[in-house]
Write a protein that binds this ligand. Structure first.
Ligand code: SF4
Length: 239
């Protein structure tokens, strides 16, 4: 098969390929349908909280206080870098002619000059979140791969920062959370190290290229009933 034209894939999208339940059919459909499919929207409040977490951390450095105490697992950090925009944070993979783009949540500089790339997750760290590890591992390693060629070399560590809202009754009754204009919500943070291994990205790019070059929709995930339901629906309405 000859390779199609150059394709652009974000680190987040490419990371889907790394999931054990990855469905080539879903991936192909999402690439071919330029508009957003139903049930693809993501509540904006989570992005707002992630952005707030970032501001909380950066404000410590800006005030000369160094990293927050709960960052202790990330090594000796001396400063942060404003995360690069995806329009600048990109590389072309020569083997697949894929333009790989990314937009890391946070970048910190260690005392030895190396970089730590992090991703904020507003969520409890539950066993389900553990199932998503391959997704986040691929996303962060794609950032590391791009970073090595786009001004963040060397990258020495990757991490997920889970910020979990404190919602128990005792905290809700504390005077400090009650304000004249509303109330405050507190968060606890958990840091999960992610293995630095940018070598995992090349096979993902090859798979993505292979699927995108298919002329017709590939088979769906084994055992997934939803495509069967769609077929039933189309038959019912006589399409
Ligand atoms: S098999 Fe399931 S996951 Fe794959 S395209 Fe169909 S509905 Fe989506």
């Amino acid at each position: 098969m000859t390779m199609g034209e150059q394709i652009r894939i974000s680190a987040k999208t490419l990371a889907e390929v790394a999931m054990p339940g990855f469905c080539p059919r879903c991936f192909w459909i999402k690439r071919k349908v330029p508009k957003q499919l139903p049930y693809q929207s993501f509540p904006g409040i989570f992005s707002s909280i992630d952005a707030y977490s970032k501001r909380v951390v950066h404000s410590r450095f800006d005030k000369g206080q160094g990293p927050p105490v709960w960052f202790r697992g990330l090594g000796e950090l001396v400063s942060y870098i404003d995360p690069p925009h995806y329009s600048k944070f990109k590389i072309i993979d020569e083997d697949t002619d894929i333009l790989l783009t990314g937009s890391p949540d946070g970048v910190f500089v260690r005392a030895d000059g190396s970089h730590v790339i992090v991703d904020y997750k507003t969520s409890r760290y539950t066993p389900y979140q553990g199932h998503l590890y391959p997704l986040y591992e691929a996303q962060l390693n794609a950032y590391a791969l791009i970073g090595e060629r786009c001004g963040l070399s060397p990258v020495s560590a990757l991490a997920l920062i889970y910020t979990e809202p404190v919602t128990d009754e005792a905290t809700a009754a504390e005077d400090r959370v009650h304000r004249e204009d509303g109330f405050a919500m507190e968060f606890v943070a958990n840091i999960v190290d992610v293995k630095l291994d940018p070598g995992i990205i090349s096979p993902l790019l090859a798979t993505a290229r292979e699927i995108c070059d298919l002329d017709s929709v590939p088979k769906g995930r084994y055992g997934c009933k939803n495509c069967g339901l769609l077929d039933d629906l189309l038959e019912l309405i006589g399409t």
